[in-house]
Write a protein that binds this ligand. Structure first.
Ligand code: MG
Length: 316
């Protein structure tokens, strides 16, 4: 252990140093209470031997201040005093001391008291370490769960919500819209001529193109309730709660334009020399019996957008 000896008498400090180093402990010493307070800031002290009668702040006051400074970090403090009355003993324990030895110092008693305190201190330290390990393990578990949740709900390439996330969200929003009789809109869109893009530029460029389109799509929304998803391959879907037909047409046009303005070169496209988007929308106002029926309506609209020349919006 690293033991701090506090005593205004140099002779006593030397005597104690001898006793303590004989036990194999390391000693640092202080001649005043203030010096002791400075010492515990700079050193990891494991135990303190504290004189009571000192000029300046006495041993009781020093102990009180140490306990305040080291709230989380307890170590034993043993008082050494020529005052042997009950009152002094009481003050010592109440100030935060753990044992009280009388002066003149009896080396054997001092050494045995240190041994007894060391037992408690070691046990407490081990408990503390086990507790820290438990906390750390808990943190790691939380992080792993967070990561797992992210993996299960978000698409790795684009960072958008994935198919599973979409399915859950659409089912939820569909039920809400039905119950509250609110409109709900859905957009399914698809990058035009994406297979020729991959053939022409390679899959790495293809992935980077998907990421760019995802960013453009996500950037076009500012309502927290709207959800942009990667549906699969080069298909994206957007759920728009509380949005009617006129609203979704505007949104879809905005998306089409955002991707157009993104100006991602696509030499193999026969629509334009750049990446374009075909979009189909469906708006629920009570007519669809199921989520699947709504999805199919949006998908049919997308099919028409493709058939009618691509880079356009069609609505169910
Ligand atoms: Mg003294």
């Amino acid at each position: 252990m690293k033991i701090l000896v506090i005593d205004d008498s140099k002779a006593i400090r030397m005597l104690i140093r001898e006793c303590v180093t004989a036990m194999g402990h390391e000693v640092i010493d202080a001649a005043t209470g203030m010096e002791a307070l400075a010492c515990i800031q700079d050193h990891d002290v494991d135990l303190a031997l504290m004189d009571v009668e000192m000029p300046g702040i006495d041993g009781f006051e020093t102990t009180t201040r140490i306990r305040e400074l080291k709230k989380e970090d307890w170590f034993p403090i043993i008082f050494l005093s020529s005052k042997t009355d009950d009152d002094a003993f009481t003050r010592g324990i109440l100030a935060g001391g753990d044992a009280y030895l009388n002066k003149p110092i009896q080396p054997l008693r001092l050494q045995l008291q240190i041994t007894a305190m060391e037992r408690i201190y070691t046990m407490r330290r081990e408990l503390h370490r086990a507790h820290q390990q438990l906390l750390q393990a808990q943190q790691e578990l939380l992080r792993a769960n967070e990561e797992l949740k992210k993996l299960s709900l978000y698409d790795q390439l684009t960072g958008l919500a994935n198919r599973r996330h979409f399915d859950e969200a659409l089912a939820r929003e569909f039920n809400l819209a039905r119950r509250n009789k609110n409109p709900l809109s859905l957009i399914i869109c698809d990058i035009d001529f994406f297979k020729p893009y991959n053939d022409r530029y390679g899959h790495q460029k293809g992935d980077s193109c998907l990421s760019k389109v995802a960013l453009l799509l996500a950037g076009a929304f500012n309502r927290p309730t709207d959800l942009v998803c990667r549906y699969g391959g080069e298909e994206f879907t957007i759920i728009l709660p509380d949005t009617d037909l006129a609203g979704v047409k505007l949104f879809a046009e905005k998306l089409r334009n955002a991707v157009w303005e993104g100006d991602i070169a696509h030499e193999a496209s026969t629509v334009a020399g750049r990446i374009t988007l075909s979009l189909g929308t469906a708006t629920y106002t009570g007519q669809y019996q199921s989520v699947d029926a709504m999805l199919k309506a949006a998908d049919d609209a997308l099919y028409r957008a493709k058939a009618n020349g691509r880079n356009r919006v069609e609505s169910a």
